[in-house]
Design a protein around this ligand. Structure first.
Ligand code: ATP
Ligand code: MG
Length: 594
């Protein structure tokens, strides 16, 4: 099987590759040991030298379906680990009890595997959940208190907000900031033991209330929240804050390069502060992981806000999370995007340090480049009108005679064999392939013009009949004898136009879903307008098409190039043998905005 030439070229470098290559060269992490499972410093020190040259992780919250932005992050994290002899951990960041649901866990695992990645490496599975680290996180919090680096603050939320100050104004110390270590430890244990009400206190790091970085003004580490957690049940009524939990998760898992999106840039000083302190205390492995930020994916005509995608589903603007117009991975899969095309897309867009919009056509082009060298070809007529060959019976010796024709399954892969179909007196052709008064340069059917029916015969158009409203009902033509494709002398008759067709006698009726972009504007949800008003009213058109008989054996998920029309997939949900349903993935070339 051929692959696009691009795949064979070395991967373009980017700032993350440079960081990793520098770390490998300098042996930044070369001395580290790995305890075989996540754990504290002692656990890893007792282990063998880490067999992974680098460790990255993909850490979704199990609170929704993954989308194309997550796909970028998955390809990046798993791709870098693969390329540099590392391991990428699959980690559920499930430290937030309210929003999470096991329902999403399986769909996320499915999506990552479908994209072509695995968390199995060096003989073990690297599938983890952050809630398994709650005990360690608690222990680390007590350590910080004992080291004088954290305190229990019982100001009201409003007082805390006001006293934090803002960009122009330094913060004001909480009256609780100078509590004794003993008192802090006692109050923190009271928090844990359920002696304080939800919201009555938080544990805060003691750093610097005057820091120019607001995130360093004594950030909260733990809050009280009486909520049932899907993994730990009601064991805890205090939960770690994301900013506290995430660096610890990375450190326990021996992550080397912790990649996140740009909005976390201001959190990096705290990430380093926390892991430096826990390292000094001998709690976590050293040298500690480092955080690097990259620009999140913004794709034109697409929104990726989980909340708004949910609104589209709940309000039935789409048929579900896997509606082929949705940018979810399940939606893209059903639409017909392949894992290879999504990986290729992720490679092409690369990673940068500044936000920008990626043109949707980049994704479609990756799909074409993946499928063109391998997808089976087929003819399909999407907007059918009858073509009657008026002299067929006379030339062929009978009105019902069928003439066997064939075409390669793939023009460059003869080993895939040939498709068989018939030519007959009645064919289906595209409505747009006939014009009574052709515009300049039009080479298809018009009275007096000769056209080749691809893989079949040449015909001369003689006109058409119309209904009362003036719509063409039947196009007429005459067969030009001795012009059958592949027979000697068949090209003696010169034609300018070649059209696709299927024979009425053996064509299959199929439902074809012509998907287009879900939003009509390139940057939806960025202006004053409600994003629902920006939906593309023509994002789905369903047509009854005629397709060639070779498609009778198509199975759900099979991809095809319908000649002239683009790339199509047998719908993985609704397609049945005898009741075919095809989705358009992408056209033959980019026609959007032209
Ligand atoms: P939430 O608002 O629920 O936190 P999220 O989009 O951040 O939503 P997560 O499950 O936290 O979702 O994301 C998992 C990983 O995917 C994170 O590392 C995040 O940085 C990355 N990610 C999410 N959206 C994008 C995007 N548009 N482009 C690139 N990476 C993304
Ligand atoms: Mg997030």
């Amino acid at each position: 099987m051929t692959v696009p030439a691009e795949k064979e070229l070395p991967k373009p470098s980017n700032f993350l590759r440079q960081v990793i290559e520098r770390d490998l060269e300098q042996g930044t992490y070369a001395q580290r040991r790995w305890g075989g499972t996540p754990g504290d410093a002692a656990h890893h020190q007792a282990g063998a030298p880490d067999p992974a040259k680098i460790r990255t992780r993909f850490p979704p919250e199990p609170n929704g379906y993954l989308h194309v932005g997550h796909a970028k992050s998955i390809c990046l994290n798993f791709g870098l680990a693969r390329d540099y002899g590392g391991v990428c951990h699959m980690r559920f960041d499930d430290t937030n009890p309210e929003k999470e649901d096991v329902e999403y866990v399986n769909s996320i695992l499915d999506a990552v595997q479908w994209l072509g990645f695995s968390w199995d490496a060096n003989g073990s599975s690297h599938l983890y959940q952050a809630s398994d680290y709650f005990d360690f996180m608690y222990r680390a919090a007590e350590y910080l208190i004992e080291a004088g680096l954290a305190y229990v603050d019982e100001q009201s939320a409003e007082e805390m907000r006001v006293n934090r100050g803002d960009f122009g104004k330094p913060g004001v110390d909480s009256p609780f900031r100078s509590r004794s270590i003993e008192e802090n430890l006692q109050r923190f244990r009271d928090m844990r033991d359920g002696k304080l009400a939800d919201g009555a206190a938080v544990l805060r790091a003691r750093i610097d209330m005057a820091s120019p970085n607001i995130n360093m003004r004594d950030p909260a580490l733990y809050r009280i929240r009486r909520a049932e957690h899907h993994n730990t049940g009601d064991k805890w009524c205090i939960y770690p804050m994301y900013t506290y939990a995430h660096p610890i998760e990375d450190a326990l898992e021996n992550i080397t390069h912790s990649l996140c999106t740009l909005e976390f840039e201001d959190q990096r000083p705290f990430y380093d502060w926390l892991l430096d302190r826990l390292g000094e205390g001998g709690l976590t492995n050293q040298p500690h992981p480092r955080q690097y930020e990259f620009a999140r994916l913004n794709l034109t005509y697409v929104i990726t806000s989980k909340r708004k995608l949910k609104q589209l589903v709940d309000e039935k603007h789409v048929s579900g999370w896997d509606d082929p117009r949705m940018p979810t991975i399940v939606g893209m899969r059903r639409r017909g995007y392949t894992p290879e095309s999504i990986q290729l897309f992720a490679e092409r867009i690369g990673v940068t340090k500044s936000d920008s919009w990626i043109d949707y056509s980049t994704l479609d082009q990756a799909l074409r480049d993946d499928l063109d060298p391998k997808a089976a070809r087929a003819m399909a007529v999407l907007d059918p009108v009858k073509l009657v060959i008026t002299n067929w019976g006379e030339v062929m010796g009978g009105e019902d005679v069928l003439d066997a024709c064939s075409a390669p399954v793939h023009p460059h892969l003869p080993e895939l064999g040939r498709r068989e179909f018939n030519f007959g007196a009645e064919l289906w052709i595209e409505r747009t392939d006939y014009e009574e008064a052709p515009p300049k340069g039009y080479n298809r059917l018009y009275p007096g013009n000769k056209v080749r029916l691809k893989y079949g015969h040449v015909v001369t158009c003689t006109g058409a009949t119309r209904d009362a409203k003036g719509n063409v009902t039947v196009v007429h033509a005459e067969l030009v004898p001795d012009t059958k494709s592949g027979t000697p002398g068949s090209d003696k008759v010169k034609v300018k136009g070649v059209i696709t067709w299927v024979a009425a006698a053996d064509a299959l009726k199929a439902e074809v879903r012509l998907y287009d972009r879900l939003f009509a504007v390139p940057q939806p949800d960025t202006g004053d307008k409600d994003f629902l008003e920006e939906l593309n009213p023509d994002s789905l058109k369903v047509v009854t098409a005629y397709v060639e008989p070779s498609l009778a054996t198509a199975k759900g998920d099979d991809k095809f190039q319908f000649e002239r029309h683009g790339y199509f997939v047998a719908d993985r949900v609704d397609h049945r043998e005898g009741k075919p349903v095809f989705n358009r993935v992408a056209g033959m070339k980019d026609s959007w905005g032209k």
